[in-house]
Design a binder for this molecule. Structure first.
Ligand code: SAH
Length: 503
């Protein structure tokens, strides 16, 4: 982790062409520190998993502002940076901010307003769409130079005369004017037999491409029904696609699948989402719970001077513990004599992130194993940092050994009010993932049980059946990889039908 960003501060960040894996490490870093994120329509929603703490405003078409002009966006950028005494604003833009991204104008607006800014370059579709179609924009013997052009403003046969010496032409925003552009190019002297290609939704599971010649491209693209967003490549290098086309979304096991990943944690863990995306799914993340402060004073009071076991069963519990202590006017030093047990590696890491070394982690993660393996004696009293929801599995495992467990309400969890868009994503998903019993109960409470669900383990499966889910596929092992496999089986079982299209 590098230096924290100052406030106010604007980061103009490139999001890459579509695949959430094509974000830079620097972009992820600034997203994790953002107070506000302004996104465009073409930016993958999966990237927002890197900024769960931030206020997110969609400034793309059909977004936050009905028809946001560039001036509106510039003004909003400056206003958000100044709000609340100074904020960190991330302007997340498709591809690279300085390649037909109007990033220059936004940077000038910051400069004019006296707000410090940085540019975080991104992977531009100009190069990556070609790469994902197996077209190197330069290649020994076929192309020594390339130009990147917009398809919106150069028209007429004279428009391309000055590009006669450029080998490879890459057009953005050309889908709508392809007929005009290709005939202008031929009128300017490009050979109609020049290889050409058009790549739509590059790097995403929806990627499609058409290979043709300059003379036939416009018609082929129309026949294939390709539209925006697409990149068009004209030049001898485009012929290499025949041999180098390596990215085939149709061969991915979740090609065409829409999967809703349900979450019950504050911190978004996008590992599962990117794993599913990597198998070709379109993924939406649905936060089922929201978290509120608990009984801070009770927590601080019970822990003060306590020298027994303190049990933590989630990253949320770790965070709530620290927050409760601060809210009660205390801090982590009240834990000086306590021994800390974490339910699994994620919770253990959350403790370490606070500078606390866990004293015990069970051999397998899960509250059942924590209860069974905790090195405590019969008759001992242990404190569980939890919420208003009891953990019957933990209580039972400890009670069976004669250990008394008191739960401290460090936070409250409530069912989230889903937005209309989130409800739609759930309805359209052929498969939802459930990674905990809490998640199963929360999904039932928030949106019902009419879903095909891939579940991570037997406890989750049991809880899901109890609340009424019937179409369940259990992961072979309680790992995210294995849950990913379960999603593939569930998708095959569902026959590709979404919840809303099933009778
Ligand atoms: N700054 C962006 C470009 C913004 S202009 C960048 O560097 O990529 C928007 C145009 O980018 C679209 O009309 C399309 O031509 C292209 N584009 C963006 N993402 C794309 C993708 N995944 N596949 C194909 N073209 C894409």
């Amino acid at each position: 982790m590098s230096e924290p960003l100052p406030r106010p501060f604007v980061s103009l960040v490139g999001a890459g062409p579509g695949d959430p894996g094509l974000l830079t490490l620097r972009a992820r870093e600034v997203l994790s520190q953002a107070d506000v994120v302004l996104v465009d329509a073409l930016v993958s929603p999966a990237l927002l998993a890197h900024c769960p703490q931030a206020e997110v405003l969609n400034v793309g078409k059909r977004g936050f502002l009905p028809s946001a002009t560039q001036d509106d966006i510039n003004a909003l950028l400056v206003a958000k940076a100044r709000e609340n005494g100074g904020q960190r604003v991330v302007r997340l833009k498709g591809g690279d901010p300085f390649v037909f991204g109007r990033g220059g104008e936004e940077a000038l607006a910051c400069r004019a307003a006296g707000i410090a800014f940085e540019i975080v370059p991104g992977i531009s579709s100009a190069l990556s769409a070609a790469a994902y179609a197996g077209i190197p924009v330069t290649h020994r013997g076929l192309g020594r130079s390339f130009a990147v052009l917009t398809g919106t403003d150069r028209h007429g046969p004279a428009a391309y005369a000055d590009l006669a010496g450029v080998d490879t032409l890459v057009f953005l925003m050309a889908a709508r004017h392809l007929g005009q552009i290709t005939s202008d190019l031929m009128a300017a002297g490009r050979d109609p037999h020049t290889p050409a290609a058009c790549v739509q939704w590059a790097s995403t599971p929806q990627q499609r491409s058409v290979r043709a010649t300059l003379g036939t491209l416009a018609q082929r693209v129309q026949e294939a029904g390709l539209g925006a967003p697409a990149v068009t490549i004209v030049g001898e290098v485009a012929a290499l696609q025949a041999e180098l086309n390596w990215f085939d979304p149709a061969a991915m096991p979740l090609h065409g699948a829409q999967v809703a990943v349900t979450r019950t944690r504050v911190q978004a863990d996008s590992t599962l989402a990117s794993l599913l995306h990597g198998r070709g799914a379109q993924v939406s993340e649905i936060p089922l719970l929201r978290f509120l402060p608990g009984r801070a004073r009770e927590v601080a009071g019970a822990l003060g001077g306590f020298d027994g076991w303190v049990l933590l069963c989630s990253e949320q519990a770790v965070r709530a513990l620290a927050q409760s202590l601060l809210a009660a006017g205390r801090d982590l030093r009240v834990l000086a004599r306590a021994r800390l047990a974490a339910v699994g590696s994620g919770t253990a890491q959350a403790l370490r992130d606070l500078g606390l070394a866990p004293d015990f982690v069970p051999s397998r993660s899960g509250s059942r194993h924590l209860g069974a393996e905790l090195p405590a004696q019969p008759g001992e009293v242990v404190l569980h940092i939890g919420s208003q929801q009891p953990d019957p599995v933990l209580d039972a495992a400890l009670a069976a050994r004669g250990i008394e467990c008191l739960t401290l309400e460090a936070y409250r969890s409530e069912y989230n009010d889903l937005s209309a868009a989130q409800r739609m994503q759930l309805q359209e998903a052929q498969v939802v993932t459930l990674a905990s019993a809490t998640g199963a109960r929360a999904l039932a409470g928030v949106a019902g049980t009419d879903f095909t669900a891939a579940v991570i383990g037997p406890q989750t499966e049991l809880a899901a059946r109890e609340v009424g889910f019937t179409r369940l596929v259990l992961a072979e092992h309680p790992t995210l990889d294995s849950l990913g496999d379960a999603v593939v089986w569930a998708y095959r079982q569902s026959g590709g039908l979404s919840a809303s299209s099933q009778v």
